[in-house]
Design a protein around this ligand. Sequence first.
Ligand code: HEM
Length: 450
Amino acid sequence: PPRTEPMGLLAFLLAVRRNPLATWMEKHFEEPVVSGEGVLGRMTVVNDPAIIRHVLVDNAANYRKDDLQIRILAPGLGRGLLTAEGEEWRLQRRTLAPLFTPRAVAGFFPAMVEAADRLVRRWRRRPDGRVVDASLEMTRITLDVLERTIFTQGVARDPDALARAITRYFEGIGRVDPIDIFGWPDWVPRIGRLRARPAIRFFEELVDRLIEARKALIARGEPAPRDLLTLLLGAADPETGRGLSDEDVRSNIVTFIGAGHETTANALSWSLYLLSQDPRSRARIEEEVDRVLGDGPFAFHHLDRLVFTRAVIDEALRLYPPAPFLSRAAIADDRVGDVDIPAGSIVTVAPYVLHRHRRLWRDPDAFDPERFLPENRDRIDRFAYLPFGAGPRVCIGAAFALQEATVVLASVVRAARLDLVEGHEVRPLHRITLRPQGGLPMRLTHRRRE
Ligand code: HEM
């Protein structure tokens, strides 16, 4: 349960390092706006849908991503779409939009099914009762999907080699040094990152080699697979016709992997965990998946009929939003209702808090996928539910992630039932994304064997 008393500075800093979820207080879950002077200056936490809409959409031009966020993400992601600002961001967004249209995302469906089938085949070799770390397994599959959708096959002879390189890269890059929080200059060595340097270099060289190989293929006029890499190399700004620089291509590949793998993996892990705790929902999703998919191959037209499966994912994204915290810095003074937002101050929209807010949700902490069934969905305020953000900087990969999560969850539920290992306590840990602390050990029971 959240605290009612504020923390001292040292306790606050330690909590941010250990698990920032511990810094949220009871009042954040109850009041529409909480302002205060924090360690990093004035911060306003907003949980009022109208104010959120004002900040993220109507007056979005007055807000930029704050420096802290950029400092934490940019070393790993470069100036890709997630971290770019201003005109540079606008140009990239225009250029990259065609990569994530509904048609483009539908084109990635076969790769998603192949990755899910590979996971199910691997699990089939394990005996009933074997414990798997569901969180690790979901991370593996989202990396597999990204590998297939960005680079198609043939990256490496060992199918997990790229996944291993990526994991080590983000472990190195994702270590948040206190130095980053206070914004010391780049030449100050970051201990964590120095240690990770070989892994970082290995991955960057690997991506560069893949880009060069594809460019050579295209230059020779040979047919190139229609994956994200080919799309990136052919992308052009619709207004000027200019393409992306090599640097932009590389930054955005790393950005898609960085923004798309752990987030989607966590959405899946939390879905599996929540289902394991709720026999009724589990029976219902099993019934739906068996009825819709049967024993045959997974086809694109099945997606629309997996209504409850999708509601489970939406509800998991509500209770455990993989991106639990969004923040912006005000450029000029702003005022919404009776709330003053001075220039330079930080406005925080925390989906983790918003999605459990007492004023916005009935029984906010309960897992109830029915909230998201099509007949009930209209009752949810668009700005009370923001797993993918909103406004011009809304997640460009949302449709990709939801399609992938539906394919993987339905495939996993059809193949096996997963039960949390007895005695394992599950707690959300906020480390850029919201993940189950210490993994998710689950016992596998096969539901069907071929
Ligand atoms: C932005 C969440 C999957 C690529 C965002 C934002 C959120 C988010 C909340 C907005 C951040 C802000 O406004 O400050 C998620 C969640 C995912 C997911 C919860 C999975 C369940 C993906 C995938 C990709 C992706 C699969 C790419 C393949 C991006 C990019 C941005 C972004 C490039 C920056 C967009 C911009 O600033 O124009 N994501 N994301 N995300 N996401 Fe996702």
